[in-house]
Ligand binder design. Sequence first.
Ligand code: GLP
Length: 244
Amino acid sequence: VVFENSSTASKAVAKEMADLIRVKQAQKQPCILGLATGSSPKSLYAELVRMHKEEGLSFRNVVSFNLDEYYPMEPDSVNSYVRFMKELLFNHVDILPENIHIPDGTLPKEEIANYCNQYEAKIKAVGGIDLQILGIGGNGHIGFNESGSLQNSKTRLVALDHITRVAASGDFGGLSNTPRTAITLGVKKIMEAKRVILMAWGERKAKIINASVEGPVTNQVPASFLQEHNNATFIIDQEASSKL
Ligand code: GLP
């Protein structure tokens, strides 16, 4: 779905998310959200905060699972996704702290595999993700599932692509300070989400949006796997649609 700009598009995504939260509230059910970081969902989170403050949208029944975190990463570091989520969303709404899940970038390496299995088990225990929000990397990554990630890949520690590290290097004050690894939800759990919305804005995403939507389904472009999801929508602005 192509919107005129990222602002109107983000409002539409926020509306769908708020409607789902309210439906689940009426059913006295938790609403399981898969959340993303990066610049793309910033306007979505701003709109959700506005809806909380001005329209009384409550997050008391929301259980969230973030896609990924750099490794190693301290939660209070400027570039941590924990900090990102707190500053843009969690600190401003009434979500219960015990319902927030973000991969832990501080674990000893030998504990990561077990931790990742537990992360997936927690998602399974609450019945799976109702709505998964995604951005897309310039190479087609979803979460930090880089090119080459398999469709049935599990939550795991991954090596970041050079192109991903270059894109992030501005935030880290140069490539040598940019993490080489990250923990990411696997493609399998993303594909198991009942509903997936991928958001992309701007000309710089046009080429990879074309490859993801109109190209072959290939592990070289992990976002292309979403062609095989039965309820996935790419919500993009006009610039990101320019090569379709
Ligand atoms: C990071 C995140 C991805 C995100 C991507 C795109 O790599 N781990 O989940 O989709 O950035 O970022 P942006 O939305 O800033 O273009």
